[in-house]
Design a binder for this molecule. Sequence first.
Ligand SMILES: Nc1ncnc2c1ncn2[C@@H]1O[C@H](COP(=O)(O)OP(=O)(O)OP(=O)(O)O)[C@@H](O)[C@H]1O
Ligand SMILES: [Mg+2]
Length: 349
Amino acid sequence: MRTSTSTRFKKPALETADLLVSLSERVVGQAPALEAIVPYVHLYQAGLAPENRPVGVFLLLGPTGTGKTRTVEALAEAVHGSERNLLRIDCGEFQMEHEVAKLIGAPPGYLGHRETTPMLTQQKLNASTSERSNLSIVLFDEIEKAAPSLNRLLLGVLDKAILRLGDNTTVNFERSIIFLTSNLGARGMSRQMKPEFGFEALTGVHSGSLHHKLQSVAMNAVKKQFSPEFINRIDVISTYYPLERTTLEKILRHQIDDFQRHIVQRLGQRAFAVELSRKAKQFLLEKGVSDEYGARELKRTVHRFLIQPVASMVARGQVEPMGIVYADYRSGDNGLVFAASTAREPLAA
Ligand SMILES: Nc1ncnc2c1ncn2[C@@H]1O[C@H](COP(=O)(O)OP(=O)(O)OP(=O)(O)O)[C@@H](O)[C@H]1O
Ligand SMILES: [Mg+2]
């Protein structure tokens, strides 16, 4: 169902005014992908998105832990104020043909018709939006795992922005931006990277020719998996590259800053500062980053080796309000060493 243009979109929220900046703060080192997404959101916010098709369809490719899913979460956060404002379909749950009924509901008369509430209804799509914007952000994660019938359903969604459910009602995706993510070609990409790169070697700027090679490996894998008409309906195919050392350092810095902000917000007058030595940061990076998982483990590592020990110190009364907690690393240890000092300048809130 379409509504008049005046109610189709809301005035862009201040927070989305510089969408690219806000996305770049959350997703580091993947500028081309972010730059490709922003114009589609602007097109929608301007009320100029085409009719009878989704606002934009993106296929995000590349190795694990490089920021594909994070990008979609970051967009939800920027557009709606929370990364939870997205409709996420984990295609790994729909590998078998019969499982696709969970998504669209079984037709009337079929076994299980009454029990199956479809996962993809218009209400759910609308519920993923917010006061700020009525653009729904839909993520089909790990698309290569989906059963062929899901791909066929998707074809209709990408083409006409319509999904027909088991009970013959329809879901309209004209106000949706759709992301498909996939690791297709990631193994071939990592073969291309070696022996040129390993985590240790990820220090320099990736050469343009390497980017080009990785992109073509990913594209070849996509062409093998999906039909040409499926590929033709995708607006932008973005390849995410393995993260360079400087990017990883920046991601770590963001995570430490987030922790510091959290301390200040939660503890107020009792807040304190956390400072890490260069070696402590290096330890966290080496523990949290790998060729195999990208930056996926970094958050968990920061939690385990930094946040939890600091929280224990606070709980034991070892940290004074407005004091400083120093974290360092000594070679051979399997963790950081901490020292607390007393008050210095009050922390800014
Ligand atoms: N480019 C990046 N910028 C900031 N954080 C990142 C980036 N890449 C990875 N991370 C961190 O690693 C976590 C995992 O990344 P993400 O879920 O985006 O991986 P992915 O590319 O979707 O991998 P997969 O293919 O396995 O799903 C994120 O939640 C974030 O903490
Ligand atoms: Mg992912």
